[in-house]
Design a protein. Structure first.
Length: 402
């Protein structure tokens, strides 16, 4: 199918004047996943400047993107008149042949994202800035307006379904913690007066809590997988992007090699992040930023992992952080964390309920993966010129998951 295109520079123009004295407007940030978000709502505190005179005024329907983070998808359309930091670039659509929501979908598509690295200027890849003049060199595939509306509606439907799945997953995670508190009480107050022990005493007696590899070296394609703190996602190890280390380095750190029966705790960076190692993680090693907590008993491992996720234990971790080069939770402080030791039968009951939640979570995660695949397929078809009606043929099977 022949597809026409236009240069972005011919379809948009710079916008966003200085606020000057007009500083009573709400301040927004532009994020990767949510686009425009009220800054106070997103950060839970004020991170923007007290002096807003140099901030930019954005009108409803105008675009803004993070000049140094566009390659991560940080772009959105304003829904109300607001202020944003000067770090953002603001523009508006002036060509009536292209709809703003359609353009936004294209600028967030893999096709466009693949172009951003060559458009950026700067010595450090993650900090390369993309000016509007540079972005304007891109060519945008243009459809008839009725087809642009179809593309946007199709993609929005999938986004809505993805949001529902992500909300369900978050609620399931909260449910597990709620059941923990219902069965055992808040660890800070210990209302049932359970006996307490140090975490080091609750682990396998023939093993010990320890860090991982200090100097992993360069990525070794055929090497041993190494779990980094960024791989601790939603209580599990995300194995989709593991670094691999030279087997000789792994051999020097045999004590931190995983058996698939551990709790993993983030000790640098994402301090207090928790994941449970599984059989698929057996044989992998861990980075220095992670502590390995060996607990062979499945039900006790499930119980202790949720205990470590509790608000009071997380607060303990935060209070015990030591700052040298960067904030770090030391093994000593982690080992001395106090945990309740309720009856084994109650821990088993919690494990049983947690497994049921995990089963539900797995189903929702599978559906989310399918929705992500559908979204990618729709994007690919829409921006390579296929008819939008053909791209939605998969929709009925996905809608059956609602």
């Amino acid at each position: 199918m022949t597809r026409s295109s236009i240069s972005l520079t011919s379809a948009v123009e710079s916008s966003g004047p200085r606020a000057g004295r007009e500083t009573d407007l709400p301040v927004y940030s532009v994020t990767k996943h949510q686009g425009f978000v009220p800054s106070l709502e997103y950060f839970k505190k004020q991170v923007f400047s007290r002096d807003l005179s140099d901030y930019r005024v954005v009108e409803p329907g105008e675009f803004a993107y993070a000049t140094i983070h566009l390659d991560e998808g940080a772009i959105g359309i304003a829904k109300e008149r607001c202020l944003i930091s000067p770090m953002y670039t603001v523009f508006k659509v002036t060509d009536k042949r292209i709809l703003a929501p359609y353009l936004l979908q294209y600028l967030k598509s893999p096709r466009a994202m693949a172009e951003y690295p060559r458009l950026g200027k700067g010595s450090v890849h993650r900090r390369r800035s993309i000016s509007l003049a540079s972005l304007g060199s891109m060519r945008i595939p243009v459809r008839p307006l009725n087809q642009q509306i179809q593309v946007v509606n199709s993609l929005d439907k999938v986004v809505s379904l993805r949001d529902m799945r992500q909300t369900a997953l978050a609620l399931l995670d909260d449910l597990k913690q709620s059941i923990f508190l219902s069965l055992f009480g808040d660890p800070q107050t210990n209302p049932h007066d359970w006996p307490t022990v140090r975490l080091s005493s609750a682990t396998d007696p023939d093993d010990r809590i320890n860090y991982g590899v200090v100097q992993p070296g360069e990525h070794c394609p055929d090497g041993t997988p190494m779990v980094r703190v960024g791989n601790l996602v939603s209580g599990r190890v995300d194995r989709s992007n593991l670094k691999r280390i030279d087997p000789t380095v792994d051999a020097k750190h045999a004590r931190s090699r995983l058996r698939g029966t551990e709790i993993l705790v983030g000790c640098v960076g994402s301090i207090g992040s928790i994941a449970i190692a599984s059989e698929s993680d057996k044989g992998s090693n861990i980075a220095r930023a992670i502590a390995r907590v060996p607990v062979s008993s499945p039900h006790r491992r499930t119980y202790l992992a949720e205990h470590l996720r509790s608000r009071s234990t997380q607060k303990y971790f935060t209070n015990e952080v030591r700052v040298v080069a960067q904030p770090t939770l030391n093994i000593k402080q982690l080992s001395e964390a106090v945990v309740m030791d309720p009856p084994d039968s109650l821990q088993r009951e919690f494990h049983r309920q947690a497994l049921a939640i995990d089963k539900l979570r797995q189903q929702h995660s599978l559906h989310l993966e399918e929705l992500n695949a559908l979204f990618a397929s729709l994007q690919n078809r829409a921006f390579r010129g296929d008819p939008p009606d053909g791209a939605t043929a998969q929709m009925p099977s996905i809608l059956s998951y609602v």
